[in-house]
Design a protein around this ligand. Sequence first.
Ligand code: ZN
Length: 452
Amino acid sequence: MTAHGTTQRTAISDLIARFDATVSALDPARFSGPEFMAIVSQIEAFGRRADALRVRVAAEATRRVDGPVDTLGAAGYASAEDGIAKLTGASETDAARRIRVGLGVVPGASLTGSPTAPRHPVVAAAVATGALGIEAADILMKGLDSVASRVDPVTLAETEESLVGLAVGSDTQPPLGVDLVRIQLATFLLRIEPDGARPREKRAQKSRRLTFGVETVDGLIPVSGLLMAEVGATFKRLVDAHGRKVAFLDGAETAPAASDDRTPPQRRHDTLADILSAASRVKDAPELAGSAPAVLVAVTQSTLDDGRGVGFIDGHVTPISIDTVERLIDSRGLQAVALGPTGRVLALGSTQRCFTSAQRRAITVRDGGCVIPGCTTPAGWCEVHHVIPWRAGGQTHTDNGVLLCWGHHQRIDSGPWRLSMPDGVPHVRGPGQVEWTPTGQSRVRTLLSRTG
Ligand SMILES: [Zn+2]
């Protein structure tokens, strides 16, 4: 505790007590029309002053994230956003906005520690007096920042002044609502940066790329690239929606969060695998050499029979384990090719051991998606897994196939989840559990059972 802190907190407590005493007698129903309109703006001005203080303390939180003592980090908060959200009960989105606005309006510090002007001084002054609301301030600062690197500072400062002037209004002009602020901002930005988005997008178009690097010794394929905003955003949305740890499913508490030891980058990888697996199953996917663009894996019959050894993916030098071969056969099928000693093709089997699309549809109706509790991967992205391995006599039958996402399919044999199919109904046994429990119902099944 510091003297400054104690004094300030006492002062604010006194202020709140006086505020409560003042407004306890307030009865909105008893105002005349003009009085009512006046009191609405008066109370708004009051709220905005509190908002100005909120964003100031929120910005301060960013300086107090790390450190061994006396910081948010030491108190157990993961980030400034986390700290503000938990301390205030605000959403993380709102906490992030408070911090963003706060950082734009608080004075900075020079290298020597002396205060410098805030990044957006006109916005800052308007926020401090309550003339400008937080939402409008956020919109204006984001817009100004987006062109700051390409517009000269004087023009930028003039634009800030004009926009804030319009937003807060004057004796002759009423203040603008947030939606109108947005429109005015777009108009101004177009004027000061006439070719705006177009050349930037053209530059981006030219730089877009996706590159595959040289295989690592472990057989990993490096990927790098620059995605166009819309492509990257779509990808991120898909990955965020499905790569999240989910602690609850259909109201029943499960423990996947504890058992999902994948790091976020690993989960992103697995979601990409799901998406690719779904894309390669699309009926009219482009064909490669006359067949769907599935990868070709070569493996000998004796390796398959023994369950020991390796296979090779066409075009790659690093061998893949028999487990991976088995998984690929489960989901992509197998075609036996008998080669003579000279390499001549002696016999060619038909594709087998792959669930047909009719079986897959039936399993989809039953499972609805990945059967591992808490996993939200939709059916269309899943692979069908032989619960009793094909090698151990497991049939390619709906009673022996369940939907698993790529990540869970890959790790199903190493745990922690176990699957069984008593009477053809998928059951799962989680880490540390003794009992088998039926997996969650698909939405279709739930709806069907409700209609009796
Ligand atoms: Zn899954």
